[in-house]
Design a protein around this ligand. Structure first.
Ligand code: ZN
Length: 375
């Protein structure tokens, strides 16, 4: 009985979360990782939401699982956008595309070359499978083909998806790559995709509220700052990603209000060392993406989501041998100096965002008692 009550509570909370986050233009980091498989960071993907409109930018490994965690139905996605066609950015497109087709929603697919060829070859390969599944509702592939449009982008297109205005520019990477700007309700968000320094990006991101950018050069916990010279010395290999001096320079040139780094290779980032490098050029707000982080940060939504996760972990600890992340686990992951409590510098993700609220006695540390006392 308790199990079902908890399940209902989780559903209600997820519903609240998914409804409220669309009241203003927002971005949810669906995956903050890289090609390297990482259970804590799914492959690159960002969900842009405003009112009833939802746009998915890139679909890396784990996108479907993380969309499911925040109760986003494939039928409700209005745009499937690619920044580029490296495998880590498009590997879950095929299942998401086919589920969208079967769901019968109207949607836009956009991205640089070879977006059209990717969609058409998918339809060719899966034609019999799609027709078999559509036959159950007396539909055929031809019936649903009119439900989506493909835009192959060349670098200066602007279009509208639902309530959201979308602009794109080409950026420098190893293959055709675009960056996107999303605008709605007086707010703006730019997603850079993978890139090296690109003059087009600060133009696209001029005065943007949130610039979500390739984290190239971010310092992994326990490793040294990689300077520009060490990065370029000794290798003639074509560079694929920015370094911190380039990403912070573009953010400064754009006059971006808030810089969010994503696409991390490492699980734990030395935020202090990384921020120190970024601060040489950029004075605005800096955040480090983690999976399912929502921008802008909304205290109400986040506390509801935390309540959901907390209920889930309580449920799991009483009903199953598997346990969800506890404070002990957080400690083992984040407590860099092993003093049994977490300072703001050590805290990661939502714990860091909510640090001041959790640190009840305001001594600069979160202890086990303070963590428990908040629930
Ligand atoms: Zn790439």
């Amino acid at each position: 009985m308790k199990y079902y009550l908890n399940l209902i509570l989780i559903c209600v909370c997820a519903q609240l979360f998914s409804q409220e986050q669309t009241s203003q233009l927002s971005a949810t980091i669906i995956g903050s990782g890289s090609p390297k498989y990482n259970t804590e960071r799914s492959g690159p993907s960002v969900l842009i939401s405003y009112q009833d409109t939802k746009i998915l930018v890139d679909m890396g490994n784990g996108t479907q699982a993380n969309l499911d965690k925040i109760d986003v139905n494939f039928k409700s996605i209005d745009g499937l956008l690619f920044t580029h066609h490296h495998l880590d950015h498009n590997e879950e497109f095929v299942p998401i595309f086919i589920k969208s087709l079967l769901g019968g929603n109207t949607f836009v697919i956009a991205g640089p070359e070879p977006t059209t060829a990717f969609v058409e070859s998918t339809l060719t390969i899966y034609e019999k499978d799609i027709n078999y599944r559509l036959a159950k509702s007396k539909r055929t592939l031809d019936d649903v083909k009119s439900k989506f449009t493909i835009k192959e982008l060349n670098g200066s297109e602007a279009f509208t998806i639902g309530e959201i205005k979308v602009s794109s520019v080409n950026v420098n990477h190893t293959i055709e790559t675009v960056a996107y700007r999303f605008e709605a309700g007086g707010k703006s968000i730019v997603v850079s995709g993978d890139l090296t320094y690109s003059e087009s990006l600060p133009v696209l991101a001029k005065n943007v509220d949130y610039l979500i950018i390739d984290s190239g050069g971010a310092v992994a916990m326990g490793s040294k700052v990689r300077t520009n010279s060490t990065r370029t010395n000794g290798s003639k290999k074509e560079r694929a990603h920015v370094n911190l001096s380039e990403s912070s320079l573009m953010a400064k040139e754009a006059n971006a209000k808030h810089l969010i780094l994503t696409h991390f290779t490492a699980t734990t980032i030395d935020e202090e060392a990384t921020t120190a490098e970024l601060r040489k050029n950029y004075a605005g707000d800096i955040s480090y993406a983690h999976d399912l982080m929502t921008i802008p940060y909304d205290e109400n939504i986040t506390s509801k989501l935390e309540a959901t996760v907390s209920t889930k972990s309580l449920n799991m600890s009483t009903n199953s041998s598997k346990s969800a992340p506890s404070f002990t686990k957080m400690l083992s992951r984040m407590d860099a100096n092993n003093d049994g409590k977490l300072s703001k510098d050590e805290a990661k993700g939502k714990l860091k965002t909510n640090f001041d609220k959790r640190d009840k006695n305001k001594d600069g540390y979160i202890t086990t008692d303070e963590f428990k006392g908040n629930h």
